[in-house]
Design a protein around this ligand. Structure first.
Ligand SMILES: *Cc1c(COP(=O)(O)O)cnc(C)c1O
Length: 473
């Protein structure tokens, strides 16, 4: 079908690339933009106008004026220049939010990353002998000091740690695990699959709800390489249940000369029940109970960088350190710098709770959260829009990261409704703001939980609402 006269006329109005280039060259936003980005943006804008015209969409001549096109180019350039991995405001109240980057690092850790990454370091250099050193030495002593373990190391993440341990201790052998502990965590990490990848043959014992020591004992034979206990961190089996403690399992392993491993998932050094949360086993307890090897994440409840920490008996760790797979899973120097700084904070547990953001947010007193929510509500009311309805509300934060799944932390939030805008549209607008503000929809209102919002971020949220109300919606 041929084009109608109106379409032909509009197509003729579209300026050429060179002309727009000339126009935008002087615009301040485009001054620092690489020419390649500018030209690509101009082409894309022209292409989208052309597609709109050909598609019969009602493009007005006004939008094709020099200013109209320049404005479209400016927006496109801003999009092209913005980082893809960008900071967001987490107003979801989920503290260890895996999709939003899990743990925030303490200031000490951030400073140490800068110092180590910007200079040469003794990463694999022994300053005493002047010879090659081990990558893990910077964190091994402090991990042993905090937990009481004999030896320690760290790899890329806990999934890698579990894989490495299984590969070292159970490849070509049988690994025994309770049917109640065959967990799947997000991102397709499932115990049976990891087991298969490591070359270990999995032998399930017990039932979904009850596993006894005699079940493990009955399964032991000459092929057994390992007994594995997995902390069921993201679900809870309640009712008529029984499981074997790491202490009893370790004693059984010792009696038969079979190593016992515990995947703690979200290992913690601090007993959070002191702060009114459910009791999760600490790493120290697991070490004291006699587990041969323990693995956990660096960036869940620990509040450090992404890492998989492996610690336990020296003889077992020596074998793991020698596995060639460690090279493929090795931890980066920036991570090591952040991890060492974070671990050092645990020498004084009260300081750890004050300075490690994950712990600070989890233990934040309610009045402190309420104060931020109150300030936010006042600021939003200060925008004096008749379309904006703001309410302070009670909300429940979550720990996240698959830890303490049933734990609800009482918190304070602000719920917002904007007349003429659906809650979904409002949520989308907040997400499109730079920086994005991520909240959730509760009872048909966009709701923000202030446990995970820093006081400095109130400005960002206020600006996001101000911009939205200003745009014609
Ligand atoms: C989170 C978790 C893992 C994986 O840890 P990552 O650090 O995310 O790789 C493994 N096992 C359990 C039980 C977990 O909770």
């Amino acid at each position: 079908m041929g084009l109608n006269e109106k379409q032909q006329q509009l197509l003729r109005m579209l300026p050429g690339v060179d002309m727009i280039l000339e126009q935008t060259r002087t615009a301040s936003v485009c001054e620092t933009v690489p020419k390649s980005v500018l030209i690509r943006s101009i082409r894309e804008v022209l292409e989208s106008f052309r597609a709109e015209i050909l598609g019969g969409a009602g493009v007005t001549a006004d939008r094709l004026s020099g200013d109209g096109v320049a404005e479209a180019v400016r927006k496109r350039v801003a999009g092209a220049m913005a980082f893809r991995l960008r900071r967001v405001v987490n107003a979801t109240g989920v503290v260890v939010h895996t999709n939003l980057g899990r743990s925030l690092l303490a200031d000490d850790a951030l400073e140490n990353i800068r110092a180590i990454a910007g200079h040469y370091s003794n990463l694999e250099f022994d300053l005493e002998t002047g010879r090659r050193g081990l990558r893990y030495s910077s964190i091994e002593d402090i991990l042993c000091e905090i937990t009481g373990a004999e030896a320690a190391m760290a790899v890329n993440n806990n999934a890698g740690a579990v894989l490495l341990c299984l590969d070292t201790l159970a490849r070509g052998k049988v690994a025994i695990v309770s049917r109640g502990e065959l967990v799947e965590i997000g991102g397709s990490f499932r115990i049976p699959d990891v087991m298969a990848r490591s070359g270990a043959c999995m032998k399930e014992v017990g039932t979904t709800n009850r596993t006894h020591l005699r079940d493990y004992e009955g399964a032991l034979d000459a092929d057994t390489g390992l007994m594995l206990k997995v902390h069921t961190s993201n679900y809870s089996v309640v009712g008529f249940t029984a499981s074997v403690s790491i202490r009893d399992l370790s004693a059984l392993g010792e009696k038969h000369g079979i190593p016992v491993m515990e995947d703690l998932g979200s290992g913690t050094f601090i007993d959070l029940s002191k702060y009114g949360m459910a009791k999760d086993p600490t790493v120290q307890e697991s070490v004291a109970a006699g587990a041969d090897v323990i693995t956990f994440s660096g960036d869940k409840l620990l509040g450090g960088p992404q890492a998989g920490i492996i610690l336990g008996k020296k003889a077992v760790l020596d074998r793991i350190k020698k596995n060639p797979m460690t090279r493929a899973l090795r931890i980066d120097k920036m991570t090591l710098a952040a991890l060492e700084s974070t671990l050092r904070l645990y020498r004084d547990p009260e300081r750890a709770v004050r300075e490690i953001p994950t712990l600070r947010m989890l233990t934040a007193p309610l009045p402190e959260i309420e104060r931020k929510a109150f300030l936010m509500a006042e600021r939003l009311r200060g925008l004096a829009s008749e379309r904006l309805f703001v309410t302070l509300t009670d909300v429940a934060s979550r720990v996240g990261g698959g830890a303490l799944p049933l734990q609800e932390l009482p918190s304070k939030g602000v719920a917002v409704r904007i007349e003429g805008l659906s809650p979904n549209a409002l949520e989308r607008r907040m997400r499109a703001h730079l920086p994005p503000v991520i909240g959730r929809i509760e009872e048909d209102r966009f709701t923000m939980d202030f446990r995970t919002v820093d006081e400095d971020e109130l400005d960002i949220i206020e600006a996001a609402f101000a911009d939205m109300l200003q745009e014609d919606i």
